[in-house]
Design a protein around this ligand. Structure first.
Ligand code: C2O
Length: 505
């Protein structure tokens, strides 16, 4: 089937934390923005009309492979030009993967202003069908009272030499602080949990109930019991929750922002958000108990096993090693680097360069050194090693696929080389996901097969670090792209229409 969405993107006013009215980016006059829902195999068409007036935009469908439609992936100056105010643009792609995803603006620093929503793909062949009565979507996010266009210039400035990220005022569940989830006794619910935040990871737990994890980032898992789940920006986790057999009380559930990410803890910071499983409207909504050892109760995501038991890919054909560094460029402002490069967007989208440079498209130099491009050949097994020479946690996301999350060192372990880990230490059946957390001064190893021609970004999903340049570009099988992709006219027209410059670009 074809599922069509017509999205008019406009500014609206919202006050999700009850503290402060502010402009947010809505769709069709509403915020929170609508969920995109489809079935495996559907063709999805999203017609976007940018009516913001003062900002360009674009949409990325986070976690979708976009196999055969790399030009629909969404990041500005990568797979398209951003859509200027007054212009329209159509995304059109087929979805052949089940699970829990989200969509968000992929124009400089914009999604925390509200352009972020769930994208759910139902699966008639899910191994868990029949094990739950109902499904629910639970989004986590962090909330800023200020617009990104007001926060970004100060963030990247010589007044902020350490690169301290602005701290959100509040955490939200389903973009509100007052979430009541009506439940019935003795039923099992599938919760599809998505962290759509700009910055904060959250710990999530339900008082009086356990969670059974069955999917992360669109990949079914062997069922795993959890008391508390840590979910970084952009990660998803679905779990089954069975309600109690009586309706004598209501129960709180909590999202708690990981405050170790924050350089300062401002007075107005509310790092917890509470929601309630409501069994009986007439009964009180309890205040949650304080939990002090969050990490001690948290489920270890490295113990997850994919449902399909897909084994570790063989020895890599190509290894890419990236060192994360935070430093300045002599102007006093703080930037983020992979190796010695802080990403800057090219004038021409990288995809269009790949399509128009003939055989040269396999030479990373044609994309500009500042795009931090690595060219991959069809079928290669690629190993990506990321060493954190910084003291922050970074949730890394790769576009266009999931990857095997092969290894993660403990905090302060140093580089992968220092860890003295070999092939024999890797799990035989690693979990696959599309967003993976790297610990402070530690390292991670990811592995994937280059089986999806396209231009795929790899970046930290903390939106501040996207702005400060923590991005690399994978150009995969560019000669194949030249033979297979046809770019629709509206995609080129938005380039000609000319973009409104966005902050920091
Ligand atoms: Cu959620 Cu570059 O993406």
């Amino acid at each position: 089937a074809t599922v069509t969405y017509d999205f008019n993107v406009t500014w609206v006013t919202a006050n999700p934390d009850g503290d402060f009215d502010r402009p947010v980016i809505g769709i069709n006059g509403k915020w929170p923005i609508p969920q995109i829902t489809a079935n495996v195999g559907d063709n999805v068409v999203v017609n976007v009309q940018n009516l913001l007036g003062n900002e360009s935009t674009s949409l990325h469908f986070h976690g979708l492979y976009m196999n055969g439609t790399a030009h629909m992936d969404g990041p500005e100056q990568v797979s398209q030009c951003a859509i200027p105010p007054g212009s329209s643009f159509t995304y059109n792609f087929t979805i052949d993967q089940p699970g829990t995803y989200w969509y968000h603006s992929h124009t400089h620093g914009q999604y925390p202003d509200g352009l972020r929503g769930p994208l759910i793909i139902h699966d008639p062949d899910s191994p868990f069908l029949g094990q739950y009565d109902e499904e629910l979507v639970l989004t986590l996010s962090d909330w800023y009272h200020d617009l990104m266009t007001d926060l970004l210039p100060g963030f990247i400035s010589k007044g902020n030499p350490t690169g301290a990220e602005p701290v959100p005022q509040n955490a939200l569940f389903n973009e509100t602080q007052n979430l009541k989830v009506k439940v019935e006794p003795g039923k099992t619910y599938l919760f599809r949990m998505i962290n759509m935040g700009a910055f904060a990871s959250q710990y999530v737990w339900f008082e009086g109930h356990n969670m059974t994890i069955v999917e992360v980032d669109g990949v079914y898992t062997q069922p795993a019991e959890a008391e508390m789940i840590y979910l970084s920006a952009a990660q998803r986790c679905s779990f089954l929750l069975t309600t109690r057999n009586e309706t004598t009380a209501n129960y709180a559930f909590v999202g708690s922002m990981d405050t170790t990410l924050f350089d300062v803890l401002p007075d107005d910071l509310n790092y917890n958000v509470t929601g309630w499983l409501v069994y009986d409207d007439g009964k009180p909504l309890p205040h949650p108990a304080f939990v002090d050892d969050l990490d001690g109760n948290t489920f270890d995501d490295m113990t997850l096993v994919p449902w399909d038991n897909q084994t570790l890919l063989g020895e890599p054909d190509k290894t890419v090693e990236l060192n994360v560094i935070m430093d300045n460029l002599g102007d006093g402002a703080n930037y983020a680097f992979f190796n010695n490069i802080t990403y800057r967007a090219p004038k021409v989208p990288t995809l269009y360069t790949a399509l128009s440079t003939g055989k040269l498209a396999t030479n990373p130099a044609v994309y500009g050194g500042y795009t931090n491009t690595f060219v991959l050949e069809k079928g290669q097994i690629v190993q990506l090693i990321v060493n954190n020479l910084d003291t922050g946690r970074h949730p890394f996301h790769l576009h266009g696929r999931n990857f095997q999350a092969v290894y993660r060192s403990a905090e302060d372990a140093g580089t992968f080389e220092d860890s003295n880990v070999t092939e024999a230490d890797f799990p035989s059946v690693p979990m696959r996901r599309d967003t993976f957390v790297l610990y402070p001064s530690g390292n991670v190893v990811l592995r994937f097969r280059a089986d999806n021609p396209g231009i795929w970004l790899f970046h930290c999903h903390i939106e501040w670090h996207v702005a400060s340049g923590l991005i690399a570009t994978f150009v995969e099988s560019p000669l194949d792209l030249q033979n297979t992709l046809t770019i629709p006219k509206d995609h080129y027209e938005v380039c000609v229409a000319g973009n409104v410059p966005t902050v920091g670009n």
